[in-house]
Design a protein around this ligand. Structure first.
Ligand SMILES: Cc1ncc(COP(=O)(O)O)c(C=O)c1O
Length: 402
């Protein structure tokens, strides 16, 4: 019999064949970048400073003595700020009884899935997917069912959604905007998901950490704002991406009060409380003016465009244009027969760039994993200087040498 940690590690693809812990793909790629001195476009670690508004507010909170345990549910100032934020951006009314502050979106996701997915049930995710969901499902004793995203354009077939969701489904996870594809789900797609959840009495757990990093003329539509969705949805987000403070680990979940209480009762015995002085700081950031939100998205969009311009100069490469988030996916399958991991190893040697193989973000042995065999995820949240340099290096990649 395997231990619970082994089930979790196996589900996330990080259990060695000998039953011992292995490295995550992010740690592996970071080590490759360090070994080769390459620019690391693997992990989504922002290379620009924390938003000055939240940084200053955190300094003031620490100096002002906000350093002890906050309430388990969260500092009332942040609960109210999340409430106002939902109304301001999405016209959504939530009560503070429906909000709990967590240690990043990660804790919210883990606790929500533990609270809502009974052992033996199924958790549906769109593939490729962020590694936390399968880990949380395994911790709950649930299994993962996948809905494939199309390798070109990253849409999904409604029939595949229908096939994946059944009476065994406890939770459908919707990561929108989506990592790793940069997909922003269209309203019609969200409507299909809500209808499937309603038909099978399933919960929807969203991961909206990139909600404010949306580009071009796209708009983020929270699932919970669709008719009939709020009563079966846990809306999850965090401050890390929005304010360039990924190390602060301040997140939140919004759910019907009873489910919020269930999530909180797991939090009570895992982290107990989260990040005392950072909570009022994040509240200050959420209340920032529209221009501050727009400036952060524009800065990131500019770096996205630098990356895309560099990738566009590699003949034969097909790159999706991400509508949001930190990442772009390039398809090397017309350029080389190598798999993504080998392509990255060669890029590290040839041009000093490291990224992440997309197959590592798929279910082991799945059809999608095979379809995305030559797909590489590049992050563009590094500094402008690093992104400009990375784009130059990519433009100079000679595909025949891969
Ligand atoms: C899709 C997605 N969800 C959640 C997280 C983690 O969020 P947090 O740092 O708030 O726990 C990340 C971080 O990369 C992410 O990409």
């Amino acid at each position: 019999m395997s231990a619970l940690w082994q089930d979790i590690a196996r589900a996330a693809g990080v259990l060695g064949e000998d039953g011992r812990p292995g490295a995550t793909i992010f740690a592996e790629m970071t080590a490759l970048a360090q070994r080769t001195g390459a620019i690391n476009l693997g992990q989504g670690a922002p290379g620009t400073p924390a938003d000055p508004l939240v940084a200053q507010a955190a300094i003031e909170a620490i100096q002002g003595g906000v350093n002890q345990y906050p309430p388990v549910q969260g500092n009332p100032v942040l609960l109210e700020a999340v409430q106002v934020h939902q109304q301001r951006f999405y016209g959504r009314q939530v009560a503070t009884e429906e909000i709990v502050v967590t240690t990043g979106a990660t804790e919210a996701l883990f606790s929500a899935i533990l609270a809502l997915a009974p052992a033996g049930s199924e958790v549906v995710v769109f593939e490729p997917y962020y590694d936390s969901y399968a880990a949380a499902a395994a911790a709950a004793g649930a299994s993962v069912r996948t809905v494939p995203l199309d390798p070109v354009g990253f849409g999904f077939d409604p029939a595949a959604l229908e096939a994946a969701v059944s009476e065994r489904t406890s939770v459908i996870v919707v990561n929108d905007p989506h990592n790793p594809t940069g997909k922003v789900f269209r309203r019609e797609e969200l409507e299909l998901i809500v209808a499937a959840a309603q038909a099978h009495d399933a919960w929807i757990v969203t991961d909206e950490v990139y909600e404010h990093l949306v580009f071009d003329d796209l708009a983020h539509v929270p699932v919970a704002t669709l008719p009939g969705a709020a009563e079966r949805t846990v809306t999850i987000s965090s401050a890390g991406k929005t304010f360039n403070v990924t190390g602060w680990k301040v997140g939140w979940a919004i759910a019907p009060a009873e489910v919020r209480a269930a999530i909180q009762s797991i939090k009570q015995y895992t982290t107990f409380v989260s990040a005392g002085p950072f909570q009022p700081a994040v509240a200050a950031g959420l209340a920032g003016d529209d221009a501050s939100y727009a400036a952060r998205a524009e800065s990131l969009q500019h770096r996205r465009d630098l990356l895309l311009a560099g990738l566009a100069r590699i003949p034969g490469l097909r790159t999706g244009v991400p509508g949001a988030g930190y990442f772009a996916i390039a398809d090397f399958s017309e350029v080389t027969d190598l798999d993504a991991r080998s392509i990255i190893a060669r890029m590290a040697e040839l041009i000093g760039i490291v990224a992440v193989p997309v197959p590592a973000l798929c279910a082991p042995g799945s059809v999608v994993q095979e379809q995305l065999r030559g797909h590489v995820r590049f992050s563009f949240c590094q500094s402008h200087a690093d992104m400009a340099e990375a784009a130059e290096r990519l433009a100079g990649l000679d595909p025949s040498r891969l």
